[in-house]
Write a protein that binds this ligand. Structure first.
Ligand SMILES: NC(=O)c1ccc[n+]([C@@H]2O[C@H](COP(=O)([O-])OP(=O)(O)OC[C@H]3O[C@@H](n4cnc5c(N)ncnc54)[C@H](O)[C@@H]3O)[C@@H](O)[C@H]2O)c1
Ligand SMILES: CC(C)[C@H](C(=O)O)[C@@H](O)C(=O)O
Ligand SMILES: [Mg+2]
Length: 368
């Protein structure tokens, strides 16, 4: 199969983890005789520096023509003083919005090999395997007005949704639950917010179309607590943009590190942007310390969701699990008797594992 992939390395550790993702895609192409072509474009702080805007036209055009997009990370202290519309993060928000990538899938799975890497008790973490379905192009992130008023003495951000925007993300979550363990937790703040009360109504309406899926509603504050006390109680979580952002970083604690969480930002026709959940990690950028596994697992999601390459995706996940089983890890993970290596060495090990592994072995299913 021929596929054209746009790479958006971005800032901080973004280029480091994008390099790992590209190497993995090249290895998959070689092993399975696909032709993947690549094109790099600028976004975020690096685009501000060279082109004066966080989302250049060329980047948008290239993304619109691509079969899939991979993004490293954007942002960093160098650009923190800039006004809101000029920040690196606006580039990422802009590409999500312009491409209508409304469904952000964030799988959180505790690898057996990393149960002791989490600060939580291994018996709490064991068996955690959940999917956060985060609404990505609405809510507080995009509502108008969002401004300071009255000589800077007043400020407003707006949490706004159209009914169809809630319906499509809720449908996506039900579809995901249907092929998983058939349990959906809708997370909201319906005891306070009108938008959450409408969200709840829509989930109640839609559940009749998915009788095989059990549904529960949970307030976001309680959900935050339950995620770290009883994570195995969750299968699929559906929630609005801001709640999903916060809960997903919290859920990364189950896996041992934020550097383990992949994500897919997709729309109904399968077009997608694949991005690790983590940011540009300015504290470790340029030191070859970044954990590349979130990026590599995001490649697996690209293979599955945009290219329908199920076997290839599963082999990438298996390569990650195998390398972790050999106790290789980056410094963000603590593994007793582990072998601490740099980010590029860890990526090389996983790529080599994919290139040499026996594909007839039993495949471990990690992500849906
Ligand atoms: N998708 C994105 O582009 C994205 C996501 C989140 C944050 N950001 C941006 O990144 C910048 C830094 O934000 P932050 O520090 O709050 O969040 P962050 O995710 O960049 O880092 C949080 C902590 O996790 C660690 N970490 C993150 N990824 C890691 C990896 N792959 N390997 C090892 N350790 C890792 C960092 O070293 C840091 O200690 C900000 O400008 C923010 O806006 C971008
Ligand atoms: C960088 C930022 C705009 C982004 C978000 O809040 O969506 C990030 O935190 C994420 O989780 O992808
Ligand atoms: Mg985030």
């Amino acid at each position: 199969m021929k596929k054209h992939i746009v790479l958006l390395p971005g800032d901080g550790i973004g280029p480091e983890v994008t390099q790992a993702a590209k190497k993995m895609l090249e290895a998959v192409a070689e092993r399975y005789q696909h032709t993947f072509t690549f094109e790099s474009q600028e976004i975020g702080g690096s685009a501000i520096d060279s082109q004066g805007t966080p989302l250049p036209e060329d980047t948008i055009e290239a993304c619109k023509k691509a079969d899939a997009i991979f993004l490293g990370a954007v942002g960093g202290p160098k650009w923190d003083h800039l006004p809101g519309h000029m920040r690196p993060e606006k580039g990422l928000l802009g590409i999500r919005k312009q491409m209508e990538l409304f469904a952000n899938l964030r799988p959180v799975k505790a690898f057996q090999q990393l149960l002791h890497a989490s600060p939580l008790k291994p018996e709490v973490v064991a068996g955690s395997d959940l999917l956060i379905v985060r609404e990505l192009t609405g809510g507080l992130y995009f509502g108008e007005p969002s401004e300071r008023k009255n000589n800077g003495t007043q400020v407003v951000d707006t949490l706004a949704y159209q009914k169809h925007e809630i319906e499509r993300i809720v449908e996506k979550a039900f579809e995901s639950a249907r092929v998983r363990r058939k349990h959906l937790t809708s997370v909201d703040k319906a005891n306070v917010l009108e938008s959450s009360r409408m969200w709840r109504e829509i989930v109640e309406e839609k559940k009749h179309d998915y009788p095989e899926v059990t549904v529960e509603h949970m307030l976001v504050d309680a959900a935050a607590m339950k995620l770290v006390t009883n994570p195995t109680a969750f299968d699929v979580i559906v929630t609005e943009n801001m709640f999903g952002d916060i809960l997903s970083d919290e859920a990364s604690v189950l896996t041992g590190s934020l550097g383990m969480l992949p994500s897919a930002s997709i729309r109904t026709d399968g077009v997608g942007l694949y991005e690790p959940v983590h940011g540009s990690a300015p504290d470790i950028a340029g030191q070859d310390k970044a954990n590349p596994l979130a990026a590599i697992l995001s490649v697996a999601m690209m293979l599955k969701h945009s290219f329908q390459m199920e076997e290839e995706a599963e082999q990438v996940e298996k390569a990650v699990a195998d390398v972790l089983a050999e106790r290789f890890h980056t410094s963000d993970l603590s593994i007793s008797n582990g072998v601490k290596v740099s980010g590029s060495v860890l990526a090389k090990k996983v790529v080599e594992q994919l290139s040499t592994s026996d594909t007839t072995e039993n495949i471990m299913r990690c992500y849906v």
